[in-house]
Design a protein around this ligand. Structure first.
Ligand code: CUA
Length: 357
């Protein structure tokens, strides 16, 4: 009875774990549910290595258990079985098998490393509009910037890419090392301060549709206290929709304040925020001057600061004391610099920001 109870509780715990772990496999955030060519190749490589490892484990355990049972000391039998140490045939066999297994892993791995790192298309054409689609990714503590050279478009926290098309990335960091990773689509690629790393990704249109056209990206390099909060959103849209989006962004004008309060907010913004934050996606200020996220599409975002629910209350709290939500952030606190009225106005202004109007 007691044993049955223990078995029951064990089964319960295992079921609970399975239920909890199954929550990890979200289509928009799982390397185990690849949504593009790179992620699929990485997944296949991983599974190939896992199966070879499983094969090795099965063989080793089978030999181990056989020896354990067949050659265990029996009562009354003190004889020692035939010793095999120094057996040439065996030694050659267990040297060759691992070599063969390593070759079986090495061949696809090396060929994939070269194919996934092939960015020749990016260097070929000088004009980005005719050649490959290039996105410059810049990682900073703790936000992401995406620049579309050739279009003069800059976005922050939200990467928009076309599906069924190779997108070439040039990845770098502006302060410390980060790593660019879209689990369902591919990566990771180190973002360094002293060099630009290049690679490409492609997203399947069907997979994008399944995921609601939205994937999530992460920083995959421990970069500071808010490393785990350094997320970004990836919008994967059909190619014609992407074209419309980029031309919309290219020609976007600054959003006009829609109310008196928002107008007041714009005045506050122009005094306190504009030196770091741009408000149009085609702001041409040089990179060194882009020290904070571009807020052109802020009203359309799904998160405040990439982590909080997108509402005015969260936005105001964030402006007042960002350190509370993202420890180590470079964004200064405005709780004691601005009045409540000014922060209300600022929030009203920011919440109605849309690009392309
Ligand atoms: Cu940036 Cu971790």
């Amino acid at each position: 009875m007691k044993q049955r109870l223990q078995k029951g509780s064990l089964l319960f715990i295992v079921t609970l774990f399975m239920a909890a772990l199954s929550g990890c496999g979200k289509p928009y955030l799982s390397a185990l549910d690849p949504a593009g060519e790179v992620a699929r190749k990485q997944y296949d490589l991983m599974m190939w290595s896992v199966w070879i490892m499983v094969f090795v484990m099965v063989v080793v355990f089978a030999v181990f258990l056989t020896v354990l049972i067949r050659f265990r000391r029996k009562k009354g039998d003190e004889s020692i079985p035939k010793q095999v140490s120094g057996n040439h045939k065996l030694e050659i066999l267990w040297t060759i098998i691992p070599i063969v297994l390593l070759i079986l892993i090495a061949i696809p791995t090396i060929s994939q490393v070269f194919s996934l790192g092939d960015t020749k298309a990016m260097d070929k054409k000088k004009d980005a509009k005719q050649g490959a689609l290039i996105v410059k990714v810049r990682a900073s503590l703790y936000w992401w910037e995406f620049e579309y050279p050739g279009y003069g478009v800059v976005t922050s926290q939200e990467l928009v890419v076309p599906t069924n098309q190779k997108v070439y990335f040039q990845v770098k960091a502006s302060d410390v090392k980060h790593s660019f990773w879209i689990p369902s689509v591919g990566g990771k690629m180190d973002a360094n301060t002293d060099n630009i790393n290049k690679f490409w990704l492609e997203i399947d249109d069907q997979k994008a549709e399944d995921a609601g056209n939205v994937f999530y990206g992460k920083c995959a390099e421990l970069c500071g206290p808010s490393h785990a909060l350094m997320d970004f959103r990836v919008k994967a849209v059909p190619q014609d929709e992407f074209k419309a989006w980029i031309s919309n962004m290219k020609n976007a004008k600054e959003t006009k304040p829609a109310s008196a309060l928002a107008q007041e907010g714009q005045d506050v913004f122009k005094k306190s925020c504009i030196s770091c934050h741009a408000v149009t996606p085609n702001d041409t200020r040089p990179e060194q001057a882009r020290t904070a996220p571009n807020l052109a599409t802020f009203g359309e975002r799904e998160k405040v600061a990439g982590i909080l629910d997108h509402d005015e209350a969260n936005l105001k709290n964030w402006i007042k004391d960002p350190e509370k939500y993202k420890p180590g952030t470079k964004m200064p606190a405005f709780g004691d610099k601005l009045s409540d009225r000014q922060i209300d106005a600022l929030a009203a202004y920011l919440m109605q920001m849309k690009a392309g109007e």
